[in-house]
Ligand binder design. Sequence first.
Ligand code: HXC
Length: 269
Amino acid sequence: MIISTMEHTKLNYEFIKTHVEHDKVGIITLHRPKQLNALNTELMLELGHALKAFDAQLEVGCIIITGNEKAFAAGADISAMANYEFSDVYSSDFITKDWEIIRQIRKPVIAAVSGFALGGGCELAMMCDFIVAADNAKFGQPEIKLGIIPGAGGTQRLPRAVGKSKAMDMVLTARMMDAKEAEQAGLVSRIVALESLMPETISIALTIAQYPRLAVLAAKESVQRAFEGSLSDGIMYERRLFHSLFSTQDQKEGMSAFINKRPPVFHNK
Ligand code: HXC
């Protein structure tokens, strides 16, 4: 990543693309297509930088994060995490340090999701203020298959969005939810045809961007309060459990099996 200035147009990102639509809507496109936009630290740093730049850019009134047709993001980068130890993730404050810049953004952030939004990808979408889903979107928290649990707020935000029963089902079975189920459950605010995802989401963002900025900021801040408080405690609790799972053999086995394209053999250790 080469960052010459906070002015977004002069940035040269490696894993994301940014542009402004209609002078008012900042668009961030996750761009690791070969890895289905798997989220690594570099990408998350770039995303955080771009979000802050749009938040600071006066004419921008709303921000959209999107991916490509096949994937919003298929999760945190398993290859990058596979050899992490507890001491690595705990001492570097993995996730908390690089992933949560989005929580500091005051302007509305919409996730425009097509294709897979899995693991950290689903969690990133849930960190946004709301989700617009294309009809091919698929949401899931499949971390259990890798010997870990969601670590970027999934165990806290998913139950708040869809209720305990469905959240437990998703987190414990690793099954995916399609766009229709996600809308019915309250995870996404609207479904649109795949080809209309960006035009429709930009139109929604323009609606928001036309409203008085201070009211928009206050409205977002106020709705957020409904989810704060115990959420932070819950996320901290989740984070420490997530970190500790990097000390298990099954995490190494689950990630190694994924990378080597073979079935995992777990020993519950
Ligand atoms: C690294 C990934 C990846 C990931 C996909 N790829 N997901 N690499 N990390 N999360 C890579 C594949 O290895 C493959 O690389 C390429 O992207 C295309 O993926 P395929 O598997 O060939 O595609 P397909 O058969 O269409 O299957 C799509 C899929 C599957 C169902 C989404 O890729 C999958 O199950 N991915 C893992 C999903 C997951 O477990 N996510 C949770 C991660 S843990 P090559 O080189 O072979 O072409 C997580 C923890 C969050 O997110 C904790 C806090 C952040």
